[in-house]
Design a protein around this ligand. Structure first.
Ligand SMILES: Nc1nc2c(ncn2[C@@H]2O[C@H](COP(=O)(O)OP(=O)(O)OP(=O)(O)O)[C@@H](O)[C@H]2O)c(=O)[nH]1
Ligand SMILES: [Mg+2]
Length: 746
């Protein structure tokens, strides 16, 4: 597999020296607007190469319900992209355009949009917070250069906040943070800052102080500029005024500025010496130092606001332009040549050959709309490009700048930009598109493990005809959604991330495609693993084109540690065994592992070594014979290896009022849950536990009734563990320590 290393940003970014970063920032950015002054500049949708330093590709990420879509709606409104402010709770948000999103008040699919802020173009992706749609966050952070991480001032750092933070850490995405919902009862930004330090191991730098608390929250004090920012109540916060800081805040402001200067000092020697000698540091110098710290992911600027009350959003946009990197500030990208795997690094340069990554595919009436991030070169309407991973050519028919569901056609896009294109036939999420004469593979998108399945059956004969085709569209769109047929029952099985994920798919089948289905109960997706090592010699005979063919393999299957997946070890190609023949062997092994050896669930935590491919001198077996030998050999060997079932285990974080703790813990114990930690936050107890997913269907109803509607929980996949003996036996497998060497049935 190809890998791309997105190297660590050093202090100054890998491409630009420290001074370059300084200059790139000082020109276009001005934070000193006193009234609202942001008239949207005349739209120019085509970005030219010279504009790239003004592009910001950002995502909005957070725990469910922290206010991502509400913030995004304000961003579109204040930047002049929309003329009416859409509200999530009215089902009117532009970004939540799917009917299911509008009805449920949650985001389900990441929506891309684009706006101008001063001289900057901000390409923005509003992501969902619900864990079932985590692929949307994953693919977004893979292609974005920066993010706005939102926290609720009341709930603080919630479990899902930790998860998305870790996703952004993995791709080293610089972040500015917004503590939202400052208007709510119990808002406590200092508590959130402490949680960021403790739970995210992050270093937040508070750049604003609140003016007023809870319902009286009316604006913020800008710690760097030392003035107060007030948002008008009469024009939906469009007018922003800067005023002198009221005297009662002066001392707090002095201390806060000192803390900001101390943080900035780590990124600028002059600021350090001014700080040590007690001299005031001018604002611009502080901002530039903070920018370096932010781009290197060593600090995280924090702002305060209440998006719903129209306060604090414009400073977030300013901070995005000021502190987050442009595509030019990023370290060089590294791709691998498809043939020899050799690495090549390249910069964000429109004059280099095209390299782009498809990160999202949407099916619209059977046609594909493919979202791409361009890393180098240009993509033009009508261009022929190569998908090197699939060895397929693609033609770009049209390019669009997306505004949620609305499209605006553009003739071309250059390195650094994000656009959607039509015309791609085979490209899926995580695929590279590049210039045909310069093939290079970029790192794909990590796909999380789908662990819940449901059987569906079409209601009428017409529905039956449409079902599989429509499910195919959904599979293009969503790499965490899989479809297969249960060989025994003939039922169609849908596999996804959770109950909500599958419920939405079934709802979309009905509404968007008019396909009516009956659904079974949700079930967990097990895995097969082996208890002991097996060595097997497989001789496979087949008839091809009326001629008998034979292939022989010596295979060793060794169980490996939990979470290690499947590893295949092939011998070196020695004539007459060619790399193509070994690829056929690998294919056969993968097919066997995917299909499992007894239960139909895929095998995992297994090393398959091809010890030997015996051949008669000079006579090579055929590809189909080798593939067949590998597939059958692995299945039969696995059946001798004391196969067992593994079940998915979830990491659970649950909140309950302290009074109900005993009842909740009792319930978890009955579900084979293991409590790993208890935390008191005010009146609320937070329980961290691991629990088998199989026990958790319908748990929300149970928890609500146990806590009089006041408990809530989130869970994420943690790993697979051996399933209990009753489950093993239900599938015809032996419980721990009891083997039923099953070798028949091939
Ligand atoms: N009081 C208050 N409510 C807010 C604020 N911002 C958002 N909300 C409300 O919080 C709820 C969730 O807001 P969304 O913007 O949908 O949150 P989200 O993060 O996009 O949620 P998901 O996309 O489902 O993860 C809605 O009812 C909003 O009206 C705020 O600043 N103050
Ligand atoms: Mg949302």
């Amino acid at each position: 597999m190809s890998t791309l290393v997105r190297g660590t940003c050093n202090e100054s970014g890998a491409r630009t020296g420290r001074d370059d970063v300084l200059t790139s920032v000082s020109g276009p950015i001005s934070l000193n607007f006193s009234k609202v002054t942001r008239k949207t500049s005349k739209r120019r949708s085509t970005i030219t190469a010279s504009d790239v330093s003004h592009i910001r590709n950002i995502g909005i990420i957070s725990h469910i319900d922290a206010g991502k879509t509400t913030v995004t709606e304000r961003i579109l409104f204040y930047s002049g992209e929309t003329h009416k402010m859409g509200e999530v709770h009215d089902g009117q948000a532009v970004m939540d355009w799917m009917p299911q999103e509008q009805e449920r008040g949650i985001t389900i699919t990441a929506s891309a949009t684009s706006c101008r802020w001063g001289e900057h173009r901000i390409n923005l992706i509003d992501t969902p917070g619900h864990i079932d749609f985590t692929i949307e966050v994953e693919r977004s952070v893979r292609v974005l250069d920066g993010a706005v991480a939102i926290f609720s001032a009341v709930e603080g750092v919630q479990p899902q906040s930790e998860l998305v933070w870790r996703q952004a850490d993995r791709y080293r995405v610089p972040r500015v943070c917004l503590i939202n919902k400052m208007d709510r009862l119990g808002a406590d930004h200092e508590q959130v800052l402490r949680q960021m330090e403790q739970r995210l191991a992050a270093r937040p730098v508070l750049l604003q102080l609140p003016v007023g608390t809870e319902g009286g929250f009316s604006g913020v004090i800008d710690v760097i500029e030392e003035d107060m920012i007030v948002f008008s109540e009469t024009d939906l916060g469009r007018t922003v005024e800067r005023k002198p800081v009221p005297s009662q805040h002066e001392e707090t402001l002095r201390n806060a500025r000192m803390a900001v200067t101390e943080a900035a000092a780590d990124f600028d020697d002059q600021v350090m010496s001014d700080f040590l000698e007690g001299r005031a540091v001018e604002s611009q110098r502080l901002k530039l130092a903070l920018r370096r710290g932010t781009i290197s992911c060593r600090i995280f600027p924090v702002l305060l606001g209440s998006a719903l009350r129209n306060k604090g959003v414009q400073p977030v946009l300013d901070a995005v332009c000021l502190y987050l990197p442009s595509p030019l500030d990023l370290p060089a990208m590294i791709g691998r040549h498809p043939g020899n795997g050799e690495a090549e690094s390249f910069s964000c340069d429109a004059d280099l050959p095209l390299r782009a990554l498809a990160f999202k595919v949407m099916a619209e009436e059977g046609r594909r709309l493919t979202y791409v991030r361009i890393y180098s070169g240009r993509m033009k309407q009508g261009a022929s490009v190569l998908n090197p991973g699939r060895g397929a050519g693609e033609r770009i028919r049209h390019l669009f700048r997306m505004h949620a569901h609305r499209r605006e056609e553009v003739p071309e896009a250059v390195a650094g930009d994000i656009v959607a294109v039509t015309g791609c036939q085979t490209t899926l999420t995580g695929d590279t598109l590049c210039a045909p004469e310069h093939p290079l593979l970029l790192e794909g998108v990590a796909v999380p493990e789908p662990v819940v399945s449901v059987a569906v059956e079409a209601k009428g004969s017409e529905d039956r005809g449409n079902l599989l085709g429509t499910l195919d569209y959904f599979q293009w769109e969503d790499p965490t959604f899989r479809v297969h047929e249960d060989k025994e029952t003939g039922q169609t099985i849908l596999t996804g991330m959770g109950e909500l994920h599958l419920e939405i798919i079934v709802d979309r089948l009905r509404r968007e495609y008019g396909v009516q289905v009956k659904t079974g109960r949700p079930r967990v997706v097990y895995r097969e693993a082996l208890r002991r090592e097996v060595v097997r010699r497989e001789v496979f005979q087949t008839i091809a084109e009326r001629r008998p063919e034979q292939a022989e393999l010596l295979l060793r299957l060794t169980p490996s540690s939990r979470g290690s997946g499947v590893r295949i070890v092939l011998p070196n190609p020695v004539a007459p065994i060619t790399p193509e023949l070994l690829a056929a062997v690998e294919q056969g092994i993968l097919e066997a592992c995917d299909g499992g050896c007894l239960t139909g669930y895929a095998m995992t935590d297994l090393e398959v070594q091809v010890v030997e491919v015996p051949v008669e001198p000079g006579v090579a077996p055929s590809e189909p014979a080798l593939r067949g030998a590998a597939q059958r050999g692995v299945v039969l060997a696995a059946r001798e290896g004391e196969p067992m079932l593994l079940e998915p285990i979830m990491k659970l974080e649950l909140e309950t009022p302290a009074d109900y703790l005993g009842k909740v813990l009792g319930g978890l114990q009955q579900k084979r849950g293991k409590v790993e930690g208890l935390d008191r936050r005010g009146e609320v107890e937070v329980v961290r536990a691991s629990v088998p997913l199989a026990e958790m269907f319908g748990y929300m109803t149970e928890l609500r009734s146990a806590t009089k509607g006041r408990g809530s929980y989130t869970m994420e996949f943690q790993g697979f563990e051996e399933a209990p003996a009753e489950v093993q036996e239900r599938f015809g497998l032996a419980g721990k320590g009891r083997s039923r060497g099953m070798t028949s049935g091939w």
